[in-house]
Design a protein around this ligand. Structure first.
Ligand SMILES: Cc1ncc(COP(=O)(O)O)c(C=O)c1O
Length: 418
């Protein structure tokens, strides 16, 4: 029997629940779930869609695919409804892509922890490539080229590269010139690009330049996205894949639809109703997206400052709700506390300070590095009222209930590195 392991983030949640049951006070930075209330107009669409109880087309209704096509087209990626498939989250769509497209998979190091296990479930070998100093979510171009050559020399066949823009776990977005460089390499080496753009609408400043690989390499880029992060709908499971307008793109899309027809049949009708509305992006949805992005940015920047003040190096976050600090500059001080790698660092943080993070080793990073991912998305308040306050505030990090947690974090990291 294969070695099936639960996703490390879900295992972490179990650990947090057990500690909380024992009465421990925990600050949970280990899970990228957005603890914000569902936006009321989305709930209205869900209720209105409840009577949609037939299966419907596997790829999604014409109306929802048309809405998603409009969403991409407004982002400089001209799209026809025929290029879109909606499904129950982007995760199963990514798995379908892994099963449909042959060849091995290249992922950045670190990367979202789902990519590698999915590729392995599909029988592929995973090549992890370090990220550039400026931003994560894309592999370093020189290392990418070297790895492809080395892999081929060993008889492997890397065919897919997965990029994340903006990135989980670094909270950065690769600059356009870097995206162009990777796209040129993908052209040269005949790779399919899967561009996970789930956090595209969580850029803290909408003026931050972002180039989708689908603009730079339109014939060979599949884009995935969804509503889990930008509209805090993780549990509603709404995902989208957008395929290239080419024969290749059409063949991959047909494969994904065929897989979907045997596994999930179609995205639930009420969810299609929600997605159709959300992807049409009426003014109230745009406002909610802007409020959420401001909140994520404010708290992520505050957490970044805490990490840097404690002695870590850390790329400044510009998107999503993560920071990915590196405590190597204070390695000796940490060693005196028995902290020598990502695993002991994350264990020390929970045992001594009640702070839960996701060690970089669980994201494919070097286990000896003193790096971890910290998500801010569960710090916005324990009640709907506090969460609404956080959404409405000009500078949410200054709200008393958020400042209280940030102060606790600041004291803990100062002590850890002192
Ligand atoms: C990079 C990235 N893509 C997608 C998702 C969401 O996946 P889904 O659409 O299946 O909820 C996440 C959630 O952690 C993520 O970090």
């Amino acid at each position: 029997m294969a070695d099936w392991r639960i996703s490390p983030t879900l295992a972490l949640n179990d650990m947090v629940a057990q500690r909380q049951e024992r009465g421990e006070s925990i600050v949970h930075l280990g899970f990228g779930e957005v603890r914000l209330p569902a936006f009321e107009p989305l709930v209205d669409r869900l209720v209105a869609g409840a009577s949609r109880n037939t299966y419907g087309p596997v790829a999604g209704s014409q109306a929802v695919r048309q809405a998603a096509a409009g969403y991409f087209t407004r982002r400089r990626i001209p799209t026809d409804a025929e290029q879109v498939v909606v499904g129950p989250g982007s995760k199963p769509l990514l798995l379908a892509l892994n099963l449909v497209v042959p060849g091995d998979v290249i992922v950045p190091k670190p990367a979202r922890n789902t990519y590698a296990p999915q590729a392995e479930l599909a029988g592929k070998k995973v090549f992890r490539i370090s990220i550039p100093a400026r931003a994560g979510g894309v592999p370093d171009p020189a290392a990418l080229q070297d790895t492809i050559l080395a892999a081929r020399a060993l008889g492997r066949d890397p065919r897919i590269v997965i990029l994340t823009l903006p990135d989980n776990p670094t909270g950065t977005v690769a600059p356009p010139e870097l995206v162009r460089e990777i796209c040129a390499l993908a052209e040269q080496e005949d790779l399919l690009i899967i561009s996970d753009e789930t956090y595209r609408d969580v850029l803290h400043d909408p003026r931050t330049p972002m180039l989708s690989p689908a603009e730079a390499a339109p014939r060979r880029t599949v884009v995935t996205t969804g509503l889990s992060k930008n509209l805090a709908l993780g549990g509603w499971r709404i995902g989208v894949a957008r395929f290239p307008d080419s024969l290749w793109g059409q063949r991959i899309r047909d494969g994904v639809i065929s897989f979907a027809s045997e596994v999930w049949s179609t995205l639930a009708g009420p969810m299609q109703q929600v997605a159709e509305y959300a992807f049409t992006e009426p003014q109230e949805v745009r406002q909610r997206l802007a409020d959420s992005a401001r909140l994520h940015g404010s708290v992520a920047r505050a957490l970044h400052r805490i990490m840097v003040d404690a002695g870590a190096v850390c790329r400044p976050p510009v998107g999503a709700f993560y920071v990915y600090p590196d405590f190597n500059p204070v390695r000796e001080k940490l060693a005196a506390r028995g902290v020598t790698d990502a695993d002991t660092l994350s264990r020390h943080l929970v045992d001594e300070h009640g702070i839960v993070v996701l060690g970089g080793h669980l994201l494919g990073d070097d286990p000896t590095a003193l790096r971890f991912k910290a998500a801010t998305s569960m710090l916005y308040g324990d009640t709907v009222e506090l969460q609404q306050q956080a959404l409405a505030a000009d500078d949410p990090a200054k709200l008393p209930h958020i400042r209280e947690v940030l102060t606790r974090l600041s004291e803990a990291f100062t002590k850890l590195c002192g």
